[in-house]
Write a protein that binds this ligand. Sequence first.
Ligand code: NAD
Length: 288
Amino acid sequence: MSKIEKLLVVGAGQMGAGIAQVAATAGVQVFLRDISIERATAGKKTIEASLDRFVKKEKLAAAERDAILARITPTDQIEAALDAQFAIEAATENIALKQKIFAELDTKLPSHVVLATNTSSISVTLLAASTKRPEQVIGMHFFNPVPMMSLVEIIRGLATSDAAFAQTQALALALGKEPVTSKDTPGFIVNRILVPMLNEAFYSLQEGVATAEDIDKAVKLGTNQPMGPLVLADFIGLDVCLAVLEVLHREIGDPKFRPCPLLRKYVEAGWLGRKTGRGVYAYDDVKK
Ligand code: NAD
């Protein structure tokens, strides 16, 4: 099994940029692909800003930052990355879009290349079926922000080969991550457990069990977590939480996953959390 030295990352948003940053920091050459060169370059700019913060805190030398950035090539063409040995797709969470990307990667990249997806909720097996190499398709689910969060969930589709799994696990370790293995099931491990807990916090708020502040304080101190569930939901994005709950509810079919009406109301109002300046809490520091 050869070491991955060239990686293609598809999607240069929050997650794609984070994955590219971690890979380039680990010495991997990265092609960062988005739908336009402007978006791909914006992804690289995000990485630069993140690395600058490490330089300011004296956790990274300026020369090392420059070397990391030099390993990242923004592009709008898969053709720029035909010698990549591994691909990670981190584009927008949309089934039809991801199926199209997988079909294109399958046509353009050599058949031995593993095609991984960072999807939070879409079936890996379904994406694998858009290719002629389902044994080479796998889930590689990073956590946000990627440079700070050590966990990677590795998800085997129905057809994923042992070799593709071993190569993905080796890559996760080479990127300094802690891999765990999950079945290809809605929410995988973390979101299946975490998101229903966030949902229950909304039910508690809806039923007037306590104020939002006290729900957060109680869970934070009572279960020794870094933040309360409503603050965390605002950070993740209430639309994202709702979307994950809907997948869990629809695909597992158990009513315990039904999204809280109050959460739905917040999303209808456009109160999506920190990113829109308003969720359960107001964030005056964030531009609306
Ligand atoms: P984002 O909106 O920040 O970025 C998505 C990027 O994909 C955008 O830059 C968009 O232009 C690009 N894109 C769209 N179509 C494309 C195409 N055809 N080719 C290349 N690029 C394309 O989203 P994100 O938060 O980075 O999420 C990306 C993926 O990661 C999703 O599948 C999401 O479920 C998953 N994920 C997100 C989080 C999170 O906390 N945000 C955590 C784990 C996994």
